[in-house]
Design a binder for this molecule. Structure first.
Ligand code: 2IT
Length: 447
């Protein structure tokens, strides 16, 4: 396999899909060595097959807004790869959604899901619908219209969607309601459901909690066997994932000194309290996409307009917002300010230049597909509970989440430890995720 040759072909075929091309390049570059030691992969053209989604559904979603006006959006579901299990991955409602973004997310999801140790393939979907400023009734009508198209192509053993940016518990409830109405089946076709109708305890917290558990494992690999207690943490974003990470980091004795939104950054030198963590959820639920009111409510915090969380001095940086949110300059600024660990929590949150900057400086860095896999892993646990018609306690789910994050970390170390002792988590995660999917494809023939 020659990464450059494959990339040139994909570039010619999908010249505008920059996020997709970026995600594929990162994976191919890091698996190339290992791949080339497996002539059976090359003979079966595994790479040429794995970079293309199995199929993409594109559909029109028409709904009526509160003024009685008819609105039309585009909906998608990318079924990327089901070699190891049913397609699994979130739905994103955001104006930036397009095939490139959903293909990058579906591609990443395939390797992430493989890392979780659970039998889940990769998928992703969503719409260019913008939830910002929409009323509850508008959100419901949009979700119903979206499901009116999607339902034919999903199923508990076929494709199991969940939330992502712009899709939380409320949206999953409306989507599930419409699916149930259309099919007359109640069988766990979505995850992230409410607890009253088949949801799993810990699922809302799981992405952020899992990310912090992963950071703890990274810290333990340090020669001084470090702990998160007493460390300062800067987090970008103020959504569900940022909230989960801030909650767990605070519970374990770290000080969360920054969160951020599209309007700027909150400098929070005293760290989080329960009241502040609860307010993060309130801010998000308001659907206004601004973080500034946090500093009005808590006078010990300060709003810095237009700035990212990376301007705040911290030990540990955890990007929890959006793809490509951290540039090489941001990474350099963090390093100059003394940051020594970055755990990417958002999917592809760091630009390639940022990753390179961290790695060249010998900073511990781990990629989203390993760090944030606790979210989808807990979705996998929700699927299991639904299939068994039981529900586990929070303690049981949290223990399983701990075990899964520990296995993911171990897999990254196995494939990513360099002779000089530095752990290349990007390589480790990509190779570990890839091997299982590739072997499963090989075993199931040319399809
Ligand atoms: O990026 C992700 O892993 C998610 N948005 C969660 C997907 C899931 O199926 O829970």
């Amino acid at each position: 396999m020659k990464t450059e040759q494959i990339m040139a072909k994909l570039q010619a075929k999908y010249p505008t899909e920059k996020e997709y091309l970026q995600a594929v390049r990162e994976v191919l570059e890091s698996i190339e060595d290992v791949y080339n030691q497996h002539p059976e992969f090359e003979a079966a053209k595994i790479v040429e097959r794995i970079v293309e989604p199995d199929r993409i559904f594109t559909f029109r979603v028409t709904w009526v807004d509160d003024n009685g006006e008819i609105q039309t959006n585009t909906g998608y579901r990318v079924q990327f790869n089901n070699a190891i299990g049913p397609y699994k991955g979130g739905l994103r409602f955001h104006p930036s959604v397009n095939p490139s973004i959903l293909k990058f997310l579906g591609f990443e999801q395939t390797f992430k899901n493989s890392l979780t140790t659970l039998p889940m393939g990769g998928g992703k979907g969503g719409s260019d619908f913008n939830p910002k400023g929409k009323s509850d009734a508008e959100i419901m009508r949009f979700c119903q219209a979206f499901m009116l198209e999607l339902w034919r192509n999903i199923g508990p053993d076929m494709d199991v969607p969940a939330g992502d940016i712009g899709v939380g518990g409320r949206e999953i409830g409306y989507l599930n309601g419409m699916y149930k109405k259309l099919t007359r089946e109640h069988h766990g076709v979505l995850t992230g459901k409410g607890l009253q109708f088949g949801g799993s305890l810990i699922r809302p917290e799981a992405t952020g909690f899992g990310a912090v558990y992963f950071v703890q494992h990274m810290l333990h690999t340090h020669k001084d066997n470090l702990d998160i207690k007493g460390k300062t943490v800067a987090i970008s974003g103020f959504g569900n994932v940022a909230w989960g990470a801030a909650t767990k980091a605070t519970q374990l004795g770290a000080k969360v000194v920054a969160i951020s939104g599209p309007d700027g950054c909150i400098y929070n030198p005293e760290g989080m309290t329960q009241e502040k963590l609860d307010y993060m959820l309130e801010l998000r639920a308001s659907n206004n996409d601004v973080v500034a009111p946090f500093a009005e409510k808590f006078p010990d915090a300060q709003f810095i307009p237009g700035k990212k969380a990376w301007t705040v001095k911290c030990d540990i940086a955890m990007p929890c917002a959006f793809q490509n949110e951290m540039s090489a300059e941001d990474a350099q600024m963090l390093i100059d300010n003394g940051t020594w660990l970055c755990a990417e929590v958002s999917n592809m949150g760091c630009q390639p230049g940022a990753i390179e900057t961290f790695q060249k400086a010998g900073i511990m860095f781990a990629p989203g597909k390993a760090v944030n896999a606790g979210g989808v892993a807990t979705s996998g646990l929700e699927m299991t509970q639904n299939a068994m018609h039981i529900s586990w306690t929070a303690k049981e789910v949290d223990e399983k989440l701990h075990t899964i994050m520990s296995s993911i970390h171990e897999a990254c170390v196995k494939y990513g430890k360099q002779p000089d002792g530095y752990i290349n988590y990007v390589k480790g995660a990509n190779v570990a995720g890839f091997m299982k999917v590739a072997e499963a494809m090989l075993a199931q023939g040319i399809i």
